[in-house]
Design a protein around this ligand. Structure first.
Ligand code: PHE
Length: 433
């Protein structure tokens, strides 16, 4: 549940639907499904297997399985990079999640008649950003201080099902509104005209981000897993849940946009493409909620609660990466580690808030478009080349005694060894050339 919670986040409910809408609807969905299973699932398996085998954080885990000075150096560097990238992702993620918190609070204050407060909360001022980022970061820190069982696992088990229920309720509501069918068409009718290398890259980046790959999150969760657990099954469940929620979120977000259009909101950008990014969630949807009258306040509250819940189960998994490192490598207590690391990341978020126009996009691009896939390549190479076949088999046999006869074992080792790194690097060559 915790690993699925890490995977399911803003990437699913916000990133996936808007990318699908802008890239030919179902055409993108099909490409995404293929890439998720062919590239992201094998990479996820590499991370989980290394984590459970080493039972340590990414730095120590890659060091532990390295076989010579070079692989040790690469492993150490990649391990530290993973911690940095996880922290960078959290620093911008907490800002966006902070917007979700403020939009969740807004209908409440409107209901109480505090219109001034409501305007401030959705106004986008620097103070607003700082305060709500601080609130979201504190929530994340509180859960992480609770530890693995009482913090991460308990909250993920509680929050994940409530997320699904909220999502389904909202879909039922939106699909009964005028304009929804147009949205369904835009989402589900494939338009393969959009098929191009850029779309492939967008789908790949989305898959890596959505499955939380490359930054040691899944590795550290793997390190907390028991040896009775079948890794290939667990990885498949996480992938399916992640894809399922992304697809389901599309059934909400895209029809909701067309319902908003029906109600008079402009949903197309100047170049004719659908509005994406912050504007979609923070302008189009609130405009839609407003047309619903007083029910709209409730729906707005429910929707943004959903976003906050999804963000929290992801943000805790990001914070756990540097926190576990500080506990295991620096000998800090969980409480002290959480406070120190949490404050450092909040300082980074503040830096981004104060230099929003220059830093926000840059940090997202460095961490998710470059950091995650490149570290994904390193993890695949460690699982495929440094970790030998016997070690892999021994690890996977725990919890899965008959793995040798499975289709997974016939395909996966070659996949992580050759196919995954090559395809990821080819996709990069595309962007650079
Ligand atoms: N997978 C999360 C999402 O879709 C983001 C994430 C990335 C979480 C990296 C952990 C590590 O929102």
């Amino acid at each position: 549940m915790a690993a699925a919670g890490s995977a399911v986040g803003l990437g699913n409910i916000w990133g996936f639907p808007t990318k699908a809408a802008g890239n030919g609807g179902a055409a993108f969905v099909v490409v995404y499904l293929i890439l998720a299973f062919l590239l992201a699932y094998p990479a996820l398996m590499a991370e989980l297997t290394i984590g459970r085998h080493a039972r340590r954080n990414m730095v120590q885990a890659l060091q532990a399985i390295s076989t010579g000075p070079i692989s040790r150096l690469v492993g150490t560097l990649a391990g530290y990079s993973g911690i940095i990238v996880a922290s960078l992702i959290l620093s911008f993620y907490a800002i966006v999640a902070g917007w979700m918190v403020s939009h969740m609070a807004e209908p409440v204050s409107t209901m109480l008649g505090m219109t001034g407060a409501s305007e401030w909360m959705t106004g986008g001022s620097t103070e607003r950003n700082l305060i709500f980022t601080a609130i979201f970061s504190s929530l994340t820190m509180l859960i992480i201080m609770g530890g693995v069982e009482k913090g991460i696992e308990r909250w993920s088990t509680l929050l994940m099902p409530s997320l699904l229920i909220l999502l389904v309720l909202l879909i039922v509501y939106v699909l009964t509104q005028p304009g929804a069918t147009k949205g369904l068409e835009a989402y589900l009718m494939p338009n393969f005209d959009h098929f191009n290398p850029q779309m492939l890259l967008a789908a790949m980046g989305q898959a890596f981000f959505s499955l939380s790959i490359g930054v040691g999150t899944m590795l550290i969760y793997g390190s907390y897993l028991s040896h009775q657990e079948s890794l290939p099954r667990l990885g498949a469940v996480v992938t399916l849940v992640d894809l399922g929620i992304a697809f389901t979120a599309g059934l909400l977000i895209i029809p909701a946009m067309y319902v908003a259009q029906e109600a008079g909101t402009d949903i197309f950008a100047a170049d004719g493409s659908l509005i994406a990014g912050p504007d979609l969630i923070l302008q189009v949807l609130p405009a839609l909620f407003e047309t619903m009258g007083s029910v709209g306040l409730l729906v707005a509250f429910a929707f943004f609660t959903l976003m906050v819940v999804a963000s929290l189960t992801s943000s805790i998994s990001m914070l756990e990466v540097p926190v576990a490192f500080s506990i295991e490598n620096l000998g800090l207590s969980r409480k002290v580690a959480t406070i120190l690391v949490g404050l450092a990341i909040f300082a980074m978020s503040s830096l981004i808030i104060f230099n929003f126009d220059t830093l926000f996009g840059l940090v997202i691009s460095i961490s998710t478009e470059w950091g995650q896939p490149l570290l994904g390549v390193v993890l695949c190479i460690f699982a495929g080349w440094i970790f030998n076949r016997n070690q892999l088999l021994t690890e996977l046999k725990q919890g899965d005694p008959h793995i040798e006869d499975s289709l997974f074992w016939k395909i996966w080792p070659t996949y992580v060894k050759i196919v995954c790194p090559t395809l990821i690097l080819m996709a990069f060559a595309q962007t650079i050339l």
